[in-house]
Design a protein around this ligand. Structure first.
Ligand code: HGY
Ligand code: MN
Ligand code: MN
Length: 412
């Protein structure tokens, strides 16, 4: 059976072109939410959406939507596609961007084929999915589903002291539309896996059935600055050493527990940050994840217990701030099955799997049936310029998305 296909050359060219936007003076791709480099990416995406003949809608939290609707279906809840185009620091070019550009490509292909969807189809680029500059992550989609008030999200203070709202206004993406105005009938997000499973299993398509829980905390440990040379070890109140214990403790605890949990100390800074001064303060973040909510809570409690031990043994004080907390999410079984049947109809091996990363789909799943399609990541690498997915896999994923969209949008 012959299958229609997206325009592979157009999709791959868009991915490469967007991937070139937002590079710093060292050539690193860094498009942090609401930054000048992200504005450049946003502007290019909006130009592509307009050139495709879509209605472009930008809401107050800066979410961008390209909407394809007709007189017959206008006003009906839309089948929504998309992801994000903000990146982490020194990022790869596929994380998020692939899902947005493949969603646009599917819409363009369907329009060229004269497909008449029973409902509108929209492609979204949600604000601040990465959460690197403003926590929590997935903030734009969280506002879209009513998980946090728009005003509170706009007032979020970033790692650089700016507020999201002032930065969106500065880059010209503080839209007028109330977040959530575009009601999704369903949501399908195509994304690179960002992990090793599909490549290890030689499987080109992942039908993502669930997504693990996320806990982000910022921890401040205060000790006493002192001379690195004159202060005996037993007389120290070393905030830096206390902080170092946390990462080691979490790694050893998870290794002993045999659970699939993961823990990451991704940021850390010391004060006064001098080679010969015992740190008086350590500020760092802890990212905990687990597919099981009870295990994740237990891991958070275990960390809290270790912090109490560190206070008693190191003589430091500890302050903990919660930055993000999302429970595990189960995606819509019916859509997962449509993904599986679409992949197998194309002769593509497909397997069900869990998402280790957070995605906007986990937020949209709160208000509409949602699921995700994964394609393999070479060496399982992501959040790294070495992030790569073979062009054939990128095209295969977009063609499965094309089939899933045709099936869902083709029926009222
Ligand atoms: O943190 C995450 O999993 C996503 O990249 N925001
Ligand atoms: Mn992503
Ligand atoms: Mn990411």
């Amino acid at each position: 059976m012959s299958h229609s296909s997206i325009n592979a050359g157009r999709l791959l060219a868009h991915i490469d072109e967007l991937g070139a936007i937002g590079r710093d003076d060292q050539g690193r791709l860094t498009r942090l939410a609401a930054s000048d480099t992200e504005k450049q990416g946003r502007d290019r995406l909006v130009a592509w959406l307009e050139a495709a003949g879509l209605d472009v809608v930008i809401d107050r939290i800066g979410n961008i939507f390209g909407l394809w609707q007709s007189e017959d279906n206008a006003g009906l809840p839309a089948l929504m596609l998309g992801s994000h185009i903000d990146t982490v620091i020194n990022a790869g070019i596929y994380d998020g961007c692939y899902g947005v550009l493949a969603g646009l490509e599917v819409i363009e292909t369907l329009r060229e084929q004269g497909f008449a969807p029973a409902r509108p189809i929209a492609v979204a680029a949600f604000t601040n999915e990465e959460g690197v500059r403003y926590a929590p992550d997935m903030l734009g989609s969280l506002v879209h589903v009513g998980g946090i008030a728009t005003e509170a999200a706009l007032a979020t203070v970033g790692t650089d002291g700016t507020t999201l709202g002032s930065e969106l206004a500065r880059i010209g993406y503080a839209g007028a539309v109330a977040p959530g105005a575009l009601k999704p009938h369903a949501y399908v997000e195509l994304h690179i896996e960002q992990g090793p499973v599909l490549e290890r299993d030689a499987t080109p398509i992942g039908a993502v059935e669930n997504l693990q829980g996320i806990s982000w905390q910022r921890i401040i440990i205060d000790g006493v600055a002192n001379h690195a040379g004159t202060t005996p070890m037993a007389m120290r109140c070393d905030a830096g050493l206390a902080a170092a214990r946390v990462g080691l403790f979490l790694r050893d605890h998870i290794a002993r527990s045999n659970a699939p949990s993961v823990a990451t100390v991704g940021t850390m800074r010391f004060e006064p940050d001098a080679i010969n001064v015992i740190p008086s303060r350590a500020v760092f973040t802890v990212d905990l994840r687990d597919p099981d909510e009870e295990r994740l809570q237990a891991l958070e409690n275990t960390l809290a217990g270790e912090l109490r031990r560190i206070i008693a043994e190191e003589g430091v004080t500890v302050t903990v701030e919660r930055l993000a907390r999302f429970e595990p999410v189960t995606f819509d079984r019916a859509i997962v099955e449509v993904i599986e049947t679409s992949a197998s109809a194309r002769g593509l091996k497909c397997r069900r799997m869990t998402s280790g990363a957070g995605h906007d789909a986990q937020m949209i799943a709160r208000i509409a049936p949602a699921a995700m399609i994964f394609v393999p990541s070479r060496d399982g690498i992501s959040h790294n310029p070495r992030e790569h997915t073979a062009p054939a896999d990128l095209v295969a994923g977009a063609n499965v998305l094309l089939d899933v969209v045709s099936k869902i949008a083709g029926r009222p």
